[in-house]
Structure formats: structure tokens, C-alpha cells
Design a protein around this ligand. Structure first.
Ligand SMILES: [Zn+2]
Length: 467
């Protein structure tokens, strides 16, 4: 990985040791820096000291998307000395409504390169370090260990738990945000960092202390499935930068000291951090603007990562334990159906054209907003979330599996074909329908259309409006 070495600050060890940012005053500000940062330096609480701490700080932004772009702009603008950015994706047109650090002219470029191009235009003084890769259990320690503060700007739960665990093991403060559809949340974790296993005292929690279990897979939808509003995710990214700047300029991430019970400093607040939740009502023309703040607890004694007797180690993570994808039941770990229960989009189309499928039910499990943009002729829509909810209710309260199907299809015994957006939800739907007995002991065919509507567009109908 190439590194820009201009004006490179002294690398720090773990934040729990002595970060370069702690003293901050190792040199004077240059005229250019005074000019550039004067408006924030005159804000009470920042001053020259705070600015020098920022210049001596190293921040890692994981994710160069909807959160990472606005966060990176303000981190770079404020003069953080070294900014590392991790992302393995390339810029796509559908990113641009919210990922404002990219540009139409840079579609197809690696996101880290595109964002750094933008940041250099904004502020050429910091060193920018690109990591054009996804964060993995294998590369996480090497990357994260080089920074003073970590910003989680990712969009999947498995990576969130990985980042938090690494921050616990390496003693890094973590500013974590998330956003989907019309809501966002933000929390500062592991700040100031405390050695793993230290529980007698009021210490800051990690992500696992606050969120012991990931959300159920059925509730985990990507931006591609659920959609996302630009200003919502943008606001969370900006707030993330605000928290990071505050922590670094005030040296709030410096190792813990004993706190008196009546201590009311910002450090006390970090040890029982606030979860900021923002929801945005698209149906309401003006407001209500909804910000909520939930006070979270401190470090949990029995936390898997940071608690007493934790067995989490760097070596273990690197060797695959814990298994983050399994823990979060990520779609990639979902079992594929056997061959006889699948058909390609092209083979389904050909069979239909030949009239071999005159009697069948085509169940489309995409969200209704996706369905409304276009569907295969004759398809009926039951969104995946509804399939899971109805299946759970039938299993709990009894009833017929047929209730999952729309009325117009419910009474027929014809084969069922299931299609979704990219071919994962449809496989799970096939399994659910079989569990509920809709396959009539194997007499009725229930088949997944492999690759979903994406494959349909690619192999059957290039004019299909796939979103
Ligand atoms: Zn914890």
C-alpha cells in the first residue's frame, strides 16, 4: 500500500500508551496552518493546543461511503495530520446521491482513491493513506494498530463487531455510526480505552457491551434493498467527525484515570456514552425532527470482548475465531439450495416461452418499491420481511402455510417459483415455504430463480429497470 509521507506525524503506539497527540506542542503552527485553521482555533476549548493535537493525530476511517465521505471531509478540513481510509469498493452511479466525496467523473475508480482526490482538493496538508481493500480479520490488526482513533463508517454488522473487537484488543477509541433508509445512530465507544478484562471501575463500553447480539438476519437489509436518504446518512457522518475532533482536540482518549463519583467531566460521559438516534419522517412535509439520546451503561462485566475472563485475542481473530459472519448470520453464509430446487433466469424464461409453465405461481419477494419499478409478467409480490413475519406467526399460532401467498394464488396447487432482487432472499423463502408444508411432502415443486432480477436483466431482458 502506498503511503503519502508528506508532513508525516510521529506514529503512535496504542492510544492506551502515549499517543503523539497527548502533548501536541512539539512544534509551532506554520503560517499556512494558522491561516487555514484560524476560524476553528478561536472557538473556546480548541485554541492552538487543540489544533496541534489534531495535527499530531492519526485517524482511520473504515468505509468510504455515505458515512465515510462526509466524515472524511470534516476530518481532513479540520487538519487531522494523518487520515487512513479503508474501502475495497469502486464508485458507482447509485452511490453519488449520498457519497458526496466522489464524483460522476470518477465512477469506476476505487473509492479510497476517489475520496482522497477530493480531500486533497479540500486540504492538501494532511497525509492520506489509502487501503483499497475490505477490512478482514486477517488485515485488521495491522491497519488499525497504526491509528489513534477509529471511525466505523461501514454498513454491515459482521465488520462492526470485528472493528470493535480490534479496538478493544489494540486500545483504540471508536466512533461508530450506522444509517439505513430513514434513520441513523451514533455512539462513542471504548473511550478512553481500558485494558481488556478490567472491570472494577467505571469504564467505557465496547460495541458488544451495548449490542450483545446482532439484529436478526431478517431485519438486516442493505442500502440496495431498503434504500437510504442522503441527508440522513450525511448528518450521521458529520456528527461522527464532530465527536472524533472533540475527542482528539481535548485529549479525551488519553488513558483512564480514577474518577470520583461526582465527576461531571466529558470523560465521565464517555464512560457511559449516549446513543444518538435520528429518524427522518419522509411523509411529513415539515418535521418533526426527531433526535433521541439514550444513555448506555458502562463496560459489561461479562462482555465477550472486553469483560472479565474474555478469551478474545488478536491471534484468535486472525485465525478465524470468532467467526464474525456466522455470528451475524450474514447472507454469504446462507446455505445454497440443491440444484433441483433452482432454475436460472434464462431457463425459466425459455420454459415459460415454450408454454411449459402455464400453470405456476411466480412469487416476487422484493420490497414493494422495487416491485413497482417493474416485474416479470404475472408475478405476485410478497416482500421478504412479510414472508418471514407470516411464517413466524404461523409457526407460533398455527394456521395454513397458504396464508403466506396472496389471495389470488393461495388456493392453487401449481408449482411455485420464487424470485427476489439478487437471489438470496428467494432461497430462504423456498426453505420457509417447504418448512410450512407448502411443498405437499415433495409433490409440489417450489423453485428458486437463481440470481434474482439481477440475473433476469443480465440474461433475459437488458431493458429491465433493475434498481
Ligand atoms: Zn465490551
Amino acid at each position: 500500500m502506498e503511503e503519502d509521507t508528506r508532513d508525516r506525524p510521529i506514529p503512535s503506539g496504542t492510544a492506551a500508551s502515549t499517543p503523539a497527540a497527548q502533548n501536541g506542542c512539539s512544534r509551532q503552527l506554520t503560517d499556512d496552518e494558522v491561516d487555514r485553521y484560524s476560524r476553528q482555533m478561536i472557538v473556546p476549548g480548541m485554541g492552538k493546543e487543540g489544533q496541534l493535537r489534531l495535527i499530531n493525530s492519526r485517524v482511520l476511517i473504515i468505509g468510504a461511503g455515505g458515512l465515510g465521505c462526509p466524515a472524511a471531509q470534516y476530518i481532513a478540513g479540520a487538519g487531522i495530520g494523518t487520515v487512513g481510509i479503508v474501502d475495497g469498493d469502486v464508485v458507482e452511479t447509485s452511490n453519488l446521491h449520498r457519497q458526496v466525496g466522489h464524483a460522476t467523473s470518477r465512477i469506476g475508480m476505487k473509492k479510497v482513491e476517489s475520496l482522497i482526490t477530493h480531500l486533497r482538493g479540500l486540504n492538501p496538508l494532511p497525509s492520506y493513506i489509502p487501503y483499497p481493500t475490505h477490512l478482514t480479520p486477517q488485515n485488521a490488526a495491522e491497519i488499525i494498530s497504526q491509528y489513534d482513533l477509529i471511525m466505523d463508517c461501514t454498513d454491515n454488522p459482521a465488520t462492526r463487531y470485528l472493528i470493535s473487537d480490534m479496538c478493544v484488543l489494540l486500545g483504540k477509541p471508536l466512533v461508530s455510526a450506522a444509517s439505513i433508509q430513514k434513520s441513523g445512530q451514533l455512539i462513542v465507544l471504548n473511550c478512553p480505552p481500558t485494558p481488556q478484562g478490567l472491570v472494577d471501575g467505571n469504564y467505557a463500553p465496547c460495541y458488544r457491551c451495548c449490542f450483545r447480539k446482532p439484529p436478526p438476519p431478517s431485519s438486516m437489509v442493505s442500502c440496495g434493498e431498503a434504500g437510504i436518504m442522503g441527508p440522513v446518512v450525511g448528518m450521521m457522518g458529520v456528527a461522527q467527525a464532530g465527536e472524533a475532533i472533540k475527542i482528539l482536540a481535548s485529549a479525551l482518549h488519553i488513558p483512564p484515570r480514577p474518577l470520583a463519583d461526582d465527576d461531571a467531566t466529558p470523560e465521565r460521559n464517555l464512560r457511559q456514552p449516549t446513543l444518538l438516534i435520528y429518524t427522518y419522517d419522509l411523509e411529513s412535509a415539515v418535521g418533526p425532527y426527531s433526535f433521541r439520546a439514550l444513555r448506555m451503561g458502562g463496560r459489561r462485566r461479562n462482555c465477550f470482548a472486553c469483560g472479565e475472563g474474555s478469551t478474545l485475542t488478536l491471534e484468535g481473530v486472525q485465525a478465524g475465531s470468532p467467526n464474525y459472519e456466522q455470528f451475524c448470520s450474514m447472507p454469504t453464509s446462507r446455505a445454497s439450495l440443491p440444484q433441483e430446487e433452482r432454475i436460472t433466469a434464462a431457463a425459466y424464461h425459455a420454459a415459460k416461452e415454450r408454454g411449459e409453465l402455464s400453470e405456476h405461481i411466480l412469487l416476487d419477494t422484493r420490497e414493494k418499491e422495487h416491485f413497482s419499478f417493474g416485474s416479470i409478467e404475472g408475478a405476485v409480490n410478497v416482500p421478504f420481511g412479510k414472508v418471514l413475519m407470516k411464517a413466524a406467526a404461523i409457526m407460533r399460532d398455527g394456521g395454513s402455510g397458504r396464508d403466506i401467498l396472496p389471495v389470488e394464488a393461495g388456493d392453487r396447487d401449481a408449482p411455485i417459483f420464487v424470485v427476489c432482487r439478487t437471489g438470496l432472499d428467494s432461497q430462504e423463502t423456498v426453505e420457509k415455504l417447504k418448512e410450512l408444508g407448502l411443498d405437499d411432502g415433495g409433490k409440489r415443486k417450489i423453485v428458486d430463480i437463481a440470481g434474482g432480477m439481477r440475473a433476469w436483466k443480465q440474461d433475459v431482458d437488458p431493458s429491465f429497470p433493475f434498481i
